[in-house]
Design a protein around this ligand. Structure first.
Ligand code: ARG
Length: 251
């Protein structure tokens, strides 16, 4: 029991945003807004970015539960249409409410997804959600975020970055992480590391063929060898969500 508690404590520590970890590690700058119109940044009222997300509809954003859990909806400002957060491009809207999956506790226990309703709809294309067959091992997805670019980096990136990583077989993820849950998660990365999401990328979309497959959820450090990033398996929670709908319930 003590060991279990220690393992859980360790996992919790690795997902604490205050801990060092890179913004997308080993990625490239996204320089065309048309490439990822649905990607959004979650910021505080004073504009400090803390997570990513994606538009599922004009007034609806999907992100990781751990990004919003414990925050007042009105203290979350969503920024859309802005690749470089130092600019005033695009538009912003505060959240009016959010929904979590029943029983959400910490990312390593799964259910790490939240739907935010926005006060003002955003005029950008939304991202459809993938079906349950999108998780074949070897499938390469693109992950987006404004997070750190190396584990231990103090600074965040004001520019949106992206990186490509392949999905691993569930057995490989489970062999790597004791808390791996194939219904709630998938993992992606390279055996040698080098390319990964990192701290402050959480909630950002993992996209395959123009569909939302995952959300940055947790990891151990960033881009370490044999430590793939773990993502929320959104098809488990969001199947049936109509991207056009302004509000939907997480089952
Ligand atoms: N929990 C982190 C966040 O809040 C994301 C960590 C992802 N780590 C990784 N190695 N893929 O931003």
């Amino acid at each position: 029991m003590r060991l279990l508690t220690a393992v859980l404590a360790l996992l919790v520590i690795t997902v604490t945003p205050a801990h060092a970890g890179p913004r997308i590690v080993g990625g490239v700058v996204v320089d065309s807004a048309g490439e990822a119109p649905w990607v959004v940044a979650l910021t505080t009222s004073s504009g400090a970015q803390f997570c990513g997300g994606a538009l599922l509809g004009p007034g609806q954003v999907v992100t990781a539960a751990h990004c919003v859990h414990g925050r007042e909806p009105g203290s979350i400002t969503v920024v859309g249409g802005r690749l470089d957060l130092r600019t005033g491009d695009g538009s912003t809207s505060v959240a009016t409410s959010y929904r979590l999956v029943d029983g959400y506790s910490t990312p390593s226990r799964g259910k790490d997804v939240a739907l935010l309703a926005l006060a003002e709809p955003m005029p950008y294309r939304s991202l459809p959600v993938a079906g349950p067959n999108a998780y074949m091992s070897g499938t390469v997805g693109v992950v987006y975020g404004w997070g750190r670019q190396a584990e231990g980096d103090a600074d965040k990136s004001p520019q949106l970055h992206k990186a490509q990583v392949p999905i691993w077989a569930d057995g490989q993820c489970a062999a790597t992480y004791a808390r791996y849950d194939a219904e709630a998660m998938f993992c992606a990365g390279y055996p040698d590391g080098g390319i990964d999401a990192c701290v402050d990328d959480s909630g950002g979309p993992f996209v395959v063929d123009g569909r939302l497959v995952g959300l940055v959820s947790w990891g151990v450090g960033c881009a370490r060898p044999n430590a793939p990033g773990v993502y929320t398996r959104v098809a488990t929670y969001l199947s049936g969500v109509q991207p056009e709908m302004g509000s939907a319930v997480v089952p």
